[in-house]
Design a protein around this ligand. Structure first.
Ligand code: 13P
Length: 249
């Protein structure tokens, strides 16, 4: 059985006080879900969040990291630093990192390698832009984002990789991919994995959907057979909304 996951990507939101209060609200929520629950606070609050949620069933994960172990990379954070505070999962390749920080598939391949070399798990994000979809290129774009960053890896590496399909046109826009659009793309992603690594790998990798998932649309999206969970932005900033999505599983 593939893992079901609902992860909240807090992006560059919530200072220390907000993080404390949101975590305290999250702890009051009733978790009736079969899904694993994760939150990704900003770097400055990771340690506090990790300590505070140590006894809970919510995993604290990072939003990004550098590929190098250490050195002259001002402003960056390494896998070892994350591991040293107990964080063992990292989001890589978010479309905002690609768009605003010029992260390419080639760079992301190095980051993925660094995470795996440090026994971390990766939530690898990708997704087409609106212009790609309008010109019918969405599958080509997604295939190259996956193959260029991941297809150098051996089969076993996929035990530590979760994929997150996040169409750029649906992120923070209120416009969600329809459940059918999400299912079609997730099925295509699984087929792409099967062609390269075989059905066993394709069937075992969790594929999350991200892009304007809300309490009122989560159940329908999550009901699709190839959708194994969600990566949630805006709606993860309120404990009630986030857990309404979590409990949609
Ligand atoms: P929204 O849920 O705000 O659309 O963001 C999705 C996302 O980017 C999660 O990583």
């Amino acid at each position: 059985m593939r893992k079901k996951i609902v992860a909240g990507n807090w992006k560059m939101n919530n200072d220390l006080a907000h993080t404390e209060s949101l975590i305290s609200d999250l702890k009051k929520q009733k978790n009736t879900s079969v899904a694993e629950v994760m939150i990704a606070p900003t770097f400055t609050n990771l340690w506090m969040a990790f300590e505070s949620l140590r006894q809970s069933d919510i995993e604290v994960i990072a939003q990004n990291m550098h590929f190098a172990e250490s050195g002259a990379y001002t402003g960056e954070i390494s896998a070892k630093m994350l591991k040293s505070i107990g964080v063992t999962t990292v989001i890589l390749g978010h479309s905002e990192r690609r768009a605003y920080f010029n992260e390419t598939n080639e760079l992301l391949a190095k980051k993925v390698d660094a995470a795996l070399d440090n026994d971390m798990s990766v939530i690898y994000c990708f997704g087409e832009e609106l212009s790609d979809r309008k010109s019918g290129k969405e599958e080509d774009v997604v295939k190259s984002q996956i193959s260029e960053a991941l297809f150098h890896l051996p089969k076993e590496a996929f035990k530590s990789i979760v994929l997150a399909y996040e169409p750029v046109w649906a992120i923070g826009t209120g416009e969600t991919a329809s459940p059918e659009q999400a299912q079609d793309m997730h099925a295509f992603i699984r087929k792409t994995l099967a062609e390269k690594y075989g059905e066993d790998v394709a069937d075992s990798v969790s594929i999350l959907y991200g892009g304007s998932v809300k309490p009122d649309n989560a159940k329908e999206i999550f009901s699709k057979p190839d959708v194994d969970g969600g990566l949630i932005g805006g709606a993860s900033l309120k404990a009630d909304d986030f857990f309404a999505i979590v409990n949609a599983f």
